[in-house]
Ligand binder design. Structure first.
Ligand SMILES: [Fe+2]
Length: 245
């Protein structure tokens, strides 16, 4: 599997606190069948300053070395949709400075974006439009956990029609974020509105990766071809910079 969303860097956000915990999480992802994962620390997050992209690369080099090829970790970010993100998007061009492009997923032209918990801020469609205009693909992280989107799923459909990809969290499929989030995620998979399932893992105790169990859930509900698309083929195409079929 390819995991496009996890918090595996030690001492950076609300992921692992220590190197030991970070390595244990990396090993668990590998045990679950993940061969490639994108480390996506929070950016524009109220609870911590933006991490330094150089530090992210240094941490990843150390983790990759310690994991000895069992799992390859690439740099990325989970970007909270706040007003400052418009400024960042406005600076993005194909020749943007490395600092700005460091927020993209694994050096591709995709970005993982996260809504605030309960609302859809005004101007989200405009932000997606601006990103797509400069060739950057928005991937919306875990909309099933946003109550405003659950109430008005037609907004999700509009995002997809705009060109946005949708990622749901594996634990949501198992009810870890409530039954409403679970039902919404399953309904949207059935409606072909979901492109990727990712772990959004934060550690082994709080919010562990549950990709294997979520895979089994999806195979049971929709068959293996759907599981392969959501857990393997689509995330693989995204990290390789290809558009989805
Ligand atoms: Fe996350």
């Amino acid at each position: 599997m390819i995991d496009l969303h996890c918090h595996v860097l030690p001492g950076v956000d609300d992921g692992p606190e220590t190197w030991e915990e970070a390595l244990a999480l990396g090993a668990r992802l590998a045990d679950e069948g993940v061969t490639l994962a994108v480390a996506t620390p929070h950016f524009f997050w109220a609870r911590s300053p933006n991490p330094d992209p150089m530090m992210i690369r240094a941490h990843l080099a150390r983790l990759n070395h310690a994991l000895q090829g069992r799992l390859r970790l690439l740099p990325g970010a989970e970007v909270r949709i706040v007003p400052e993100v418009r400024d960042w998007a406005g600076r993005l061009t194909s020749s943007s400075a490395n600092g700005d492009r460091a927020l993209l997923l694994a050096g591709t032209s995709s970005v993982l974006l996260e809504l605030p918990p309960e609302i859809v801020p005004p101007g989200v469609e405009r932000l997606f439009f601006e990103l797509l205009t400069v060739g950057v693909r928005p991937i919306l992280a875990h909309p099933e956990r946003n109550s405003a989107i659950r109430r008005r799923p037609e907004r999700l459909r509009r995002f997809v029609e705009q060109g946005c990809y949708i990622q749901v969290d594996a634990p949501s499929l198992l009810g870890d974020h409530g039954q409403e989030a679970r039902r919404a995620a399953l309904r949207w998979i059935e409606a072909e509105l979901v492109h990727v399932v990712a772990s959004d893992a934060h550690g082994l105790r709080a919010r562990p990766p549950k990709l294997r169990r979520a895979w089994e859930e999806i195979v049971r509900a929709y068959g293996e071809a759907v599981a392969r698309a959501l857990f393997i083929e689509n995330p693989k195409a995204i990290v390789e910079g290809r558009d989805l079929a």
